[in-house]
Design a protein around this ligand. Structure first.
Ligand SMILES: Nc1ncnc2c1ncn2[C@@H]1O[C@H](COP(=O)(O)OP(=O)(O)O)[C@@H](O)[C@H]1O
Ligand SMILES: [Mg+2]
Length: 381
């Protein structure tokens, strides 16, 4: 763990450094705020001890610098006799804690331990988030690059997005990226597969219900819209939603409020809706299965995810990615695919798209040779 000590008094710098180094921490020191900021720019510190009163840039300014840059270091203010109020103010502005002069050895060690744990938590959280939302979209084809461009432009807005494309093209991945790159990324991301929920349950699933509103409603239940408040709601397979549920969704989109099943009370929600479908919604509108007004509400931006057959040049990268992913899951080293095997895969057509490709790679890793050959592809496809 790396620690930075910022104080204009040499004696304090030295004694803190000594105490912390004795405990096995790696410690740097800075004698004023400007030097500290330069160091923080170059190095990542888990914990920063920072004096409040310093000539030039003071501790509060260093704190503002760190939080302003989004750096996840835990900052512990060092306060003298006269600046307790400022120390409290600093806590409000995002400092982790403060310690008072004269320095108390035990207090310092406890604080640094707590602060270090807090930084680790923040980091773990970021890694976890990346695992859940930031799953990579692999491929450098122009088609995929185009999708990435649209995502990066659209994500930070609150515009509703309709994602279209066949099964297995990566629509869910697009929806997650839209959330991960949005200003709502710290708020909930909630997925609903509209095709998987029986039509008589979808209203309660989306809008919640009050206790006793129907036979099996034994307690109050918050719906997905409420769960996603402040964040993003992904309505997957929206083409399979019943007309009754469509009418209710339309109301939430228009009025930004809903009522639970069995209640008249309006509940305000702030949710960005992203929807996906593999159906041709225009054709569904013609057939009377989908509301045209809802379609227009949902499709402010339409992202059409290309099929794998339209971007076969991504196959080598995808095979390599799944090879690593699948082998890592089973704790094994990767197995190479011969160039001929890759070519054989590119010559195929892929109605199941990326999902199908992943399955085929998995099968070849189990059944094929090392390296996987074109003959393996012929035999086990
Ligand atoms: N560009 C991509 N790079 C890596 N994996 C992908 C990519 N696109 C899709 N996948 C993977 O393929 C599978 C199917 O994607 P998914 O988003 O569920 O498709 P859809 O929702 O369109 O049916 C998932 O396991 C997903 O992680
Ligand atoms: Mg899907």
């Amino acid at each position: 763990m790396k620690i930075l000590v910022v104080d204009d008094e040499r004696a304090i710098r030295n004694s803190l450094k000594e105490i912390l180094a004795d405990e096995g921490y790696e410690v740097d020191t800075a004698e004023d705020g400007a030097i500290a900021e330069e160091m923080i720019d170059k190095e990542h510190y888990d914990v920063i001890f920072c004096d409040i009163k310093m000539p030039g840039k003071d501790g509060e300014e260093v704190l503002e610098f760190v939080t302003g840059q989004g750096i996840d270091s835990a900052i512990v203010m060092i306060s003298g006799h006269g600046d307790i109020d400022t120390a409290v103010e600093c806590i409000k502005k995002g400092a982790f804690d403060f310690i008072q002069k004269p320095l108390d050895l035990n207090r310092i060690l406890i604080t640094v331990k707590n602060a270090g744990e807090r930084t680790t938590l923040v980091k773990d959280n970021k890694v976890l988030k990346k695992k859940v939302y930031g799953q990579e979209m692999v491929g450098s084809s122009a088609a995929l690059q185009h999708i990435r461009d649209i995502i990066s432009k659209v994500a930070p807005t609150d515009a509703r997005v309709l994602i279209t494309g066949s099964n297995g093209t990566g629509k869910e991945l697009v929806a997650r990226s839209l959330h991960a790159l949005s200003l709502r990324s710290a708020m909930p991301y909630v997925e609903v597969n509209c095709a998987a929920i029986p039509s008589e349950l979808i209203e309660s699933e989306l809008f919640g219900h009050e206790k006793g509103s129907f036979t099996s409603a034994i307690k109050q239940h918050k719906g997905k819209f409420e769960q996603a408040d402040g964040g993003t709601l992904f309505l997957d397979e929206i083409g399979d939603m019943s007309l009754a549920a469509q009418a209710k969704v339309l109301r939430v989109l228009q009025e930004k409020k809903l009522s639970r099943v069995g209640s008249d009370k309006d509940i305000k929600v702030d949710v960005r809706v992203v929807a996906a479908t593999n159906k041709d919604l225009r054709a569904e509108i013609e057939k009377g299965n989908f509301r045209e007004d809802l379609y227009h509400r949902l499709s402010v931006i339409v992202v059409k995810v290309p099929s794998l057959d339209e971007r076969k040049e991504d196959i080598p990268e995808l095979v390599d990615y799944f090879d690593r992913q699948i082998c890592a899951e089973s704790g094994k080293g990767t197995v190479p695919f011969s160039p001929e095997a890759i070519k054989a895969l590119q010559d195929r057509s892929w109605p199941g798209n990326i999902r199908e490709l992943r399955n085929v790679v998995e099968r070849l890793l189990i059944l094929g040779g090392n390296p996987v050959s074109a003959a393996d592809v012929e035999e086990f496809f």
